[in-house]
Design a binder for this molecule. Structure first.
Ligand code: AMP
Ligand code: MG
Length: 406
C-alpha cells in the first residue's frame, strides 16, 4: 500500500504535458497557457482621467482650498474623444472617466468639487489638486512588450480579460487531454434500463465523464465491458489510444477482477497497485507501452471519486502543463464526529459551511460506507484523517479537502 502523497509524486513522474494548440481567446476558458502573453501596447495607452470632472492646470487651482477659483470652460472630452486644442492658463475642460487628458492639463478636479456657472461657460473649482491628481499616466500599469501572463497560467475569466486588453486574440494552450472511460462489470446496466435480478445501474460512467469535464479534459466513453478477459483486453487497447484511460471496477481481489492481469498482458507497466486510502484501496496506476496513463479505480462510486480527486485530477492537470502539489487541507471545526482510523488515510464526505464569524464548519454526511451511492452526493468537501488517528468529536478542528462545486 502506497501513501497518497507518494502516489501523487509517482503519477506526476510518469505523465507529461501534451501537445499545444492555438485557440481563439473566446475558447480559452480554463485552458492552460503554453506560451506567455505579452502586452502589445502601453497601458493605459494615453494619459487618462480617473474621474468625471474638469481637467485643469494644477497651478491654476493651487489656492482653491482657501478661495474658490473660476476657470473658463474650454471644451468637453468624452471617453473615446480627444481635446481639439491644448488647455491654456485659466481654463478647464470637462472630462469623463477614461478620456485622455488634454495637453497643457496635469490634473483632474472631481465634479463633486466644482460648480457650473449659470452661463455654462465657466466653472468654480472648490478644491486644490496637485500635479498628476486623478490622472493615470500612459504606461502606468504595463508598458508595451511586457509579459502579463506567464506560461502555465490557467485562463480564468479575469485572465481572459487581461489577454483581451493586450490584444491576444489567439492564445497558445495545452490541448485538452483525451481521457477514455471504461466501465467494467457483468452486473451493470444502462441508466435507461430497469435492473432485474442481480443487476445495478452503471453510475460511474456518468461520474467519471463529469469529473473529467471538471478537470477540463475530453472524456471518450467506451462501450461497457463485462468481466471477461478478451473484451477487457480489446477495450483497454482502444482506450490506450487516448492520453489517459480510466477504468472502473474489476480491480479488487475477487475471482472476476481481471483488470490487473489483463493490463499486464497488454504490456502495461504497473506503478501503483494499492493506495493507503479509505475508501478506495484498490487503485492501479500504470503506463501503457504507447505512453497512455491508465488509472484503474474501484467500482464503488465514492471510492472511484476519491481516487480520481487524489490521482487522476493531478495527472490531467500535469498533462495540461500545470504540475500541482498534493492538495493541502484547510482547517474547519467539526460539527459531528469522525471515527478513529487504522492503517489508511480516511476521506469522509462532508458538507462545509461558513459560520457567522467567517470560520469553516465541517459536518460529516450520513454516508453509510463505500456501497452507499446516495449519502455522499451533497459533499462539498472530504474530511481528511491521517492513519492511526484517534477520531475527532464536536468542536475539534479537522483538515478538509475542499471539492469544487458550483
Ligand atoms: P468492483 O470494484 O468491481 O469489485 O465493484 C465494487 C462494487 O461497486 C460492486 O458492488 C459493484 O457492483 C459496484 N460497481 C462497480 N461498477 C459500478 C458502476 N459502474 N456503477 C455503479 N456501481 C458499480
Ligand atoms: Mg466488479
Amino acid at each position: 500500500m502506497i501513501d497518497v502523497d507518494e502516489a501523487h509524486t509517482i503519477v506526476l513522474e510518469h505523465v507529461r504535458p501534451g501537445p499545444t494548440i492555438d485557440v481563439a481567446l473566446g475558447n480559452a476558458l480554463y485552458a492552460t497557457l503554453a506560451e506567455p502573453i505579452l502586452c502589445d501596447v502601453d497601458y493605459p495607452p494615453f494619459d487618462r482621467s480617473l474621474m468625471d470632472g474638469y481637467a485643469v492646470r494644477s497651478r491654476d487651482v493651487a489656492a482653491a482650498d482657501r478661495a474658490p477659483v473660476t476657470l473658463e470652460i474650454a471644451g468637453q472630452i468624452a471617453a473615446g474623444s480627444e481635446a481639439i486644442r491644448p488647455l491654456e492658463a485659466g481654463e478647464a475642460m470637462q472630462i469623463n472617466t477614461g478620456a485622455p487628458i488634454p495637453s497643457g492639463a496635469d490634473a483632474v478636479v472631481r465634479v463633486e468639487e466644482t460648480e457650473l456657472a449659470a452661463s455654462g461657460k465657466s466653472v468654480v473649482i472648490r478644491a486644490a489638486v496637485g500635479p498628476g491628481k486623478f490622472v493615470t499616466p500612459r504606461g502606468e500599469y504595463v508598458s508595451a512588450g511586457r509579459t502579463v501572463l506567464t506560461a502555465g497560467t490557467v485562463m480564468t475569466p479575469l485572465e481572459i480579460g487581461v489577454a483581451a486588453t493586450c490584444g491576444a486574440s489567439m492564445v497558445s494552450v495545452f490541448r485538452r487531454p483525451r481521457v477514455a472511460v471504461l466501465v467494467t462489470g457483468d452486473e451493470l446496466v444502462d441508466v435507461d434500463t430497469t435492473p432485474v435480478g442481480p443487476q445495478i445501474r452503471d453510475s460511474n460512467r456518468y461520474i467519471l465523464e463529469s469529473l473529467i469535464k471538471t478537470a477540463h479534459a475530453s472524456p471518450e466513453v467506451l462501450p461497457r465491458a463485462g468481466d471477461d478477459r478478451d473484451t477487457l483486453r480489446r477495450s483497454i487497447e482502444t482506450g490506450a489510444r487516448c492520453e489517459a484511460l480510466c477504468i472502473t471496477g474489476g480491480v479488487s481481489m475477487g475471482a472476476f477482477d481481471f483488470v490487473p492481469e489483463v493490463l499486464a498482458e497488454c504490456g502495461a507497466t504497473m506503478h501503483i497497485r494499492k493506495l493507503a486510502i479509505k475508501p478506495g484501496r484498490p487503485v492501479i496506476f500504470a503506463t501503457m507501452p504507447g505512453g497512455a496513463a491508465v488509472f484503474a479505480l474501484p467500482g464503488n462510486p465514492l471510492s472511484a471519486f476519491v481516487a480520481f480527486e487524489l490521482l487522476v485530477r493531478p495527472a490531467l492537470a500535469m498533462m495540461q502543463g500545470r504540475p500541482t502539489a498534493p492538495r493541502s487541507g484547510v482547517r474547519a471545526m467539526l460539527s459531528g464526529r469522525v471515527a478513529p482510523t487504522r492503517d489508511r488515510r480516511a476521506f469522509i464526505p462532508a458538507r462545509v459551511t461558513i459560520d457567522k464569524d467567517g470560520g469553516l464548519i465541517a459536518e460529516p454526511l450520513s454516508w453509510r460506507g463505500s456501497g452507499d451511492p446516495f449519502g455522499a452526493a451533497t459533499a462539498n468537501a472530504l474530511i481528511v484523517q491521517p492513519p492511526g488517528a484517534h477520531g475527532a468529536s464536536n468542536g475539534e478542528h479537522v483538515l478538509v479537502m475542499l471539492l469544487d462545486r458550483v
